[in-house]
Design a binder for this molecule. Sequence first.
Ligand code: CYT
Length: 439
Amino acid sequence: MIDEDYPLERVPREARYSWFNVAVQRFGQLSDLTQFLLGATLGAGLSFWGAFWAFTLGSVILEIVCIFVGIAGMREGLSTSVLARWTGFGRYGSTLIGVIIALSLFGWFGVQTAVFAAGLHTIMSGIPLWAWCLITGLGVTALVLRGFRAMGWTAFVTVPAFLGLAGWAMWVELSRHSLGDLVSSTPFGEPITIATGATIVAGSYIIGAVTTPDMTRFNRSTADVVKQTLVGISLGEYVLGLAGVLLAYAVKTSDVIAIITASSGVVGVVILVSATVKINNWNLYSSALGLMNAVESTIGVRLNRVAVTVGIGLLGSVAAAMGILDAFSGFLFVLGVVTPPVAGIMVAEYFVVKRWRPVLDASRELGRLPETEPAWVPATLLVWAAAALVGWLSDAYGWIGIPALNSLILAGVGYIVAGKLGLVRGTRELPVERPAVPV
Ligand SMILES: Nc1ccnc(=O)[nH]1
């Protein structure tokens, strides 16, 4: 009933799944209520076609990241933070990545739990909000304990339920308006540029893109990763996002979640459950993988995935119940700035510089991890910091281009240049220790 799911080792070939299973889970991550909100935000600031181009640009950025990082994850069968050890970051760089992933997705888990609970509280107000937070948070936690297979089944049920019912709720609202009028609407809020819109689109899912290997380590081939990404992300961004734009024009407010969840009774409950569970399970799953790598890479203790999941799930549910997650949003912004360069560096190392590819290739043949790993890679940390700084400045000062993309490309190019100059070197090689018995 409980799958440990190879959190710190390679996923063997025989434990992998069809591309469609992964694609449905991927689409499930993108088809949630906050995606409508994203559409509404773009609708408030852009025309329909402006929003269309912002979604297109943002999706292209995300898909490129997901495909390249995802192929590395599929080939090596490793989660993002474990893979990072041999894709430019070394043991302790991967600790940082594990911590960043664990914290960001802990934050998202709490936020989604709060959205979930608030919706259910509106429909069934007899139970207090804090209690709904605990019920929904711990419910999702119980699912995540059971691992990838169970999450796949969940997506197969919740994705069609969500599309059908949320689609219907939307249709009811949109059919009161003429589609032509909606498409030719002007933005009703503060206007934004397409580049800003694309940044919002890419930024809102960049942590999902960087953690792609957590998911694609269960894919079987490069073609599967590509198909899964194109189908899952394109549908998720366009269908849900553009629907959110139209809805926002229809009601001239950004509060589109209220419209979808205004369906009361059983329909409202099914919409909420099906919207949230399939994304929030992944928030918790990847958060746990990140934390396990962070702990193992620093103190050599291999935690049990179930224990870590329960710990984070409980803490996140309590944080949601206490309503303290607003304090987290500034922090999530900082994490959003440091995340894109990670993708640039991983891709540059794995596909271009290839400093650690030989050890990955040799150990992959044996189905094991490499014997050694670099401790720190100073050049990577410098490139990472510089790229994150440029990303942050280009956002703050409205420099040319798309901030997330600027920092991603700069990190990739910077790493390649450092590699060509022979600067990509670990401080020392450490033996990879694998405590055999989970604690
Ligand atoms: N946009 C999001 C990224 C990651 N997790 C979420 O729940 N939502």
